[in-house]
Design a protein around this ligand. Structure first.
Ligand SMILES: *Cc1c(COP(=O)(O)O)cnc(C)c1O
Length: 434
């Protein structure tokens, strides 16, 4: 039996994959069987390579196997793999918190560590609920955007607005109002969507625990983009009515939108900011929830405590790698080096508007997306034709329904980006005809 066959046999007998209809998977799907990943490429057990168009679901911001991250991981592993984090501290976590707060939006001064994007958001939701209870309020309701994705724990599902992810749990989720997102072409500062949000905050502010938002880009919704004016209006309304807001930068942080944080581009600072994915360079599960002094100080009063934590809180391996990610951003000037790549990506997606079957395209930072249907949906099937065509051409290009997108690593080489853009174009043409 070949290595591929042995792995596939064990997989199909015992593994349950995420976001996957398992009957169809077992009967029809031939998954990639990978053995190695390096830079922008994934390698299968037979040595075939594929460009990783999404940086493995948006995590590998510095590409796979970055030598500096590997060295930091090895060195830390030799010293201390993991220890508890209550009444104990250590260099990797303490210095990471300091270095992270130094590059965070001004005023976010404390970091709470957890495991992944979902726990970073879960933590933010619980902080907001407990913070509000200190003021005698009993807010039970969150506000989020239609189509939002904030992770898959029950709290995160509650604020999530992707209908397919939410529906099975709709009877048990905590209360959340989903407000509309400004339409493309609308004035994002003045649109009806903004008015709906402002009105809600004004009227119901006392009953709102927090407003949660993916700044500038809703990732899982299909790379739906919202302009900075919207964030500014949201920030102003929340400040005016003393409502907390949470920026979920799990996807948008670490240069994905062209700046370190997406909130920067709107010149606003949230009360709480969540970071994961690129935070640890996609090497280890590690996340942080950053808070303002106002929130931290409220918890540091009297005998209050934040009753929350995870076994792997402050994990030294993840922390050492996350520190090294920040060092690479500083020393290799990652945010500067991506600017020409951003321009190239933008020009290519503007040109893709003319491709057959393409309804519209958009880009921001190192994100480019195109829709193959007018009302693009997560359960749409058109993107999957492009997926197959791209795989045959050497790229792993998993779509979001009818939306085909790329979010390559920020360190992708120019020639690799050219190759990837060429594969996107050829694959769309292959599916839609000449
Ligand atoms: C991926 C994602 C999450 C969840 O992160 P996990 O690491 O998958 O738990 C939360 N919010 C946003 C915006 C994301 O893109």
């Amino acid at each position: 039996m070949s290595a591929r066959e042995a792995i596939l046999r064990a997989d199909k007998a015992h593994v349950w994959h995420p976001y996957t209809q398992m009957r169809r998977y077992l009967d029809e799907v031939e998954p990639l069987v990978l053995s190695r990943a390096s830079g922008s490429y994934l390698y299968d057990v037979d040595g075939r390579r594929y460009l990783d168009a999404s940086a493995s679901w948006w995590v590998a911001v510095l590409g796979h196997g970055h030598p500096r991250l590997l060295r930091a991981l090895r060195e830390q592993a030799e010293k201390m793999g993991h220890v508890a984090f209550a009444g104990i501290t250590h260099e990797p976590a303490a210095m990471l918190a300091k270095e992270l707060c130094a590059v965070a939006p001004a005023g976010l001064s404390h970091a709470f560590f957890s495991d992944d994007g979902s726990t970073a958001v879960e933590c933010a939701l619980k902080m907001a609920l407990q913070f509000r209870s200190f003021h005698g309020a009993r807010p039970r309701r969150f506000v989020a955007l239609e189509g939002a994705f904030h992770g898959d724990t029950l709290g995160c599902t509650s604020v999530g607005g992707v209908e397919v992810f939410r529906r099975p749990f709709a009877d048990v989720v905590i209360d959340c109002v989903h407000v509309p997102v400004p339409e493309a072409g609308e004035d994002h500062g003045q649109s009806r969507a903004v008015q709906a949000l402002v009105e809600l905050v004004e009227k119901e502010g006392a009953s709102i625990a927090a407003v949660v938002v993916e700044p500038l880009v809703q990732g899982a919704a299909g790379m739906r983009m919202v302009r900075p004016e919207y964030l500014r209006a949201l920030d102003a309304a929340c400040k005016k009515h003393d409502v907390l807001w949470i920026a979920d930068e799990v996807f948008t942080g670490y240069g994905r939108t062209g700046t370190m944080w997406a909130t920067e581009q709107a010149g606003v600072v949230p009360d709480i900011l969540c970071t994961a994915k690129g935070f640890s360079g996609g090497l280890l599960p590690m996340a942080a929830t950053l808070v303002s002094d106002r929130i931290f100080d409220a918890f540091a009063t009297g005998d209050r405590a934040f009753y929350y934590g995870h076994s792997f809180c402050g994990n030294p391996l993840g922390a050492a790698v996350a520190r090294e990610v920040l060092a690479v951003f500083r020393e290799e000037r990652v945010l500067e080096t991506i600017q020409p790549k951003i321009a190239k990506l933008r020009a290519a997606f503007e040109a893709f508007t003319a491709l057959p079957g393409v309804v519209r395209t958009r880009s921001l930072g190192m994100i480019g997306a195109l829709d193959l249907a007018t009302s693009s949906s997560y359960l749409g099937t058109r993107g999957w034709g492009v997926y197959e065509a791209a795989l045959a051409r050497g790229a792993w290009l998993r779509p979001l329904g009818d939306t085909v997108y790329i979010t390559p690593s920020l360190t992708i080489a120019d020639a690799e980006l050219d190759e990837l853009l060429g594969i996107v174009e050829a694959s769309v043409r292959a599916v839609a005809g000449p």
